[in-house]
Design a protein around this ligand. Structure first.
Ligand code: C2O
Ligand code: CU
Ligand code: CU
Length: 477
């Protein structure tokens, strides 16, 4: 006897040959809802592989670039083109999925007015930006529907790809999954002196998974999506020249880890990560694992490829095709990517050790989050060793607000550090059985007389875990 799902799939079989994968995804959405009740994941890539058809690819969306000076950001429902004219209802910043790319130079100032156009409370956090606790988007500062919040902060940190997204108590997962996220790029003189690919040759790539219903409404599933998107585009392609490109890759996934690689196995060069440039570039990489909230700054060299050729950026973990590069124009690029990129002063000699055990899906050191409880205090300006361990339900991408850190070691589990874990980080992947040690020092902001400027968070960036309570308040004093 056939299962209900097999019957549905067989009924669809007849129409599958004549429709595009885009259309197929619409059908799949219906299958998922009918057969699985919406709560579970249907492995769509496997189903697609079983019944291949033509895939219509869509031009990659590049969000508008904005300055954070005098910026108004509105979080609201929006209808956006997710590729090829397919209009999807989502939640977006300023009607853009992902939100506008904020670009600011070191030394400038951000003055941002957040407007809540949702029907639930929200607050926006600037992930990776080192700002005081009043401007950090702590969930206690959430604003109601129709409310506004003003942020004012100095941009006083090295060049990096950071990002912004809601950080609302128990609603972060839903709000991010529905589309609320954008890139926040900081530039500085050290970086611009390197002559890295720029202009059209520098492209932000916000990689995520998403779910849609049959009518192309973006839907929220706590465990993550079943459909890949890059810059809010389904099945995207990007036309490239025979030149080097700098891709600023950000994982905006809820839970999923991406294994990024090129379909032809070609190596690429890693130049930076969460906290900006590495000390030296790392050529010859063929795969980078990117956990939720991690960033990778990579150079892909399309020189030597004939016009008309195509390479796919893939996720090796699912087999998903993420982004097709179509080589369409011959140009002359005689540049080289420098080996020496930056100077990174190593943190050393920690004055104390703190241990954080990430337990199950909702606890740090036995405690579920209490928005009003401050779990520990950290003295300003002192280097500390923080040790992360897990008792199950990993992977846990551990993220800290208020400072970047340097990863020292990983024992158990994968038992090593990877090239993309050098330099400055703000998120580190803790997988099953692993212990990860970092050095961190908070030397920008602290609370004085209870002003809250040193109030920060440490949490699991698997958004389901974060919302469940795997998050903790601390205060730099
Ligand atoms: Cu990306 Cu506490 O967040
Ligand atoms: Cu953050
Ligand atoms: Cu977790």
């Amino acid at each position: 006897m056939k299962t209900k799902q097999q019957r549905i799939e067989n009924e669809q079989k007849g129409i599958m040959d004549s429709i595009t994968r885009r259309d197929f995804l619409k059908v799949s959405g219906a299958v998922t809802l009918v057969a699985l009740g919406g709560g579970q994941l249907l492995n769509i890539p496997e189903v697609v592989a079983a019944r291949p058809g033509p895939t219509t690819r869509n031009s990659l969306y590049i969000p508008p670039i904005v300055s954070p000076s005098g910026l108004t950001l509105t979080e609201a429902p929006a209808t956006v083109n997710v590729g090829g004219g397919t209009m999807a209802s989502v939640w977006a910043y300023n009607n853009s999925l992902p939100g506008p790319t904020i670009i600011a130079s070191q030394g400038s100032t951000a003055s941002i007015n957040l407007v809540n156009g949702l029907s639930q409370e929200t607050i926006t956090h600037w992930h990776g930006m080192i700002v005081d606790g009043l401007n950090d988007g702590h969930p206690k500062y959430a604003i109601p529907p129709g409310g506004t919040k003003n942020y004012n902060f100095a941009i006083n940190q090295r060049a990096a790809l950071n990002w912004y997204h809601p950080h609302t108590h128990m609603l972060t997962n839903e709000q991010v999954a529905m589309g609320l996220a954008g890139a926040f790029i900081v530039t500085d003189n050290e970086e611009s002196a390197l002559g890295l690919p720029s202009g059209n040759y520098q492209v932000p790539l916000v990689v995520r998974d998403a779910s849609f219903d049959a009518a192309y409404n973006m839907v929220y599933r706590s465990g993550g999506g079943d459909t890949p998107m890059v810059n809010g585009t389904l099945n995207p392609y990007l036309e490239v020249d025979t030149a080097r490109y700098r891709f600023r890759v950000l994982s905006g996934a809820q839970n999923r880890i991406f294994g990024l690689a090129l379909s032809n196995g070609a190596p690429f060069t890693l130049i930076g990560n969460d906290g900006g440039l590495l000390e030296t570039s790392v050529p010859g990489l063929t795969q980078i694992d990117l956990a939720p909230a991690e960033r990778a700054d990579i150079i892909i060299d399309f020189r030597g490829l004939p016009v008309g050729s195509s390479i796919m950026l893939k996720d090796l973990r699912t087999g998903w095709d993420l982004l097709e590069f179509r080589v369409t124009r011959t140009v002359t690029d005689t540049g080289t990517t420098p080996t020496a990129l930056s100077t990174i002063t190593k943190l050393s000699n920690p004055v104390r050790t703190r241990v954080f055990n990430f337990e199950g899906m909702s606890r740090i050191n036995g405690q579920v989050y209490d928005i009003n409880r401050i779990d520990f205090q950290v003295p300003f300006g002192e280097t500390e060793l923080w040790r992360f361990t897990t008792k199950g339900a990993a992977p846990h991408p551990v993220h800290i607000h208020g400072a970047s850190f340097q990863i020292q070691s990983r024992t158990g589990g994968r038992g090593q550090l990877f090239p993309w874990e050098q330099g400055w980080k703000d998120t580190v992947l803790l997988d099953d059985g692993e212990t990860v040690e970092i050095l961190i020092r908070f030397d920008q902001f602290r609370s004085v007389g209870g002003d809250g400027k040193g109030l920060y968070l440490i949490h699991c960036h698997r958004l389901e875990h974060e919302d469940n309570g795997m998050i903790s308040n601390f205060e730099v004093v």
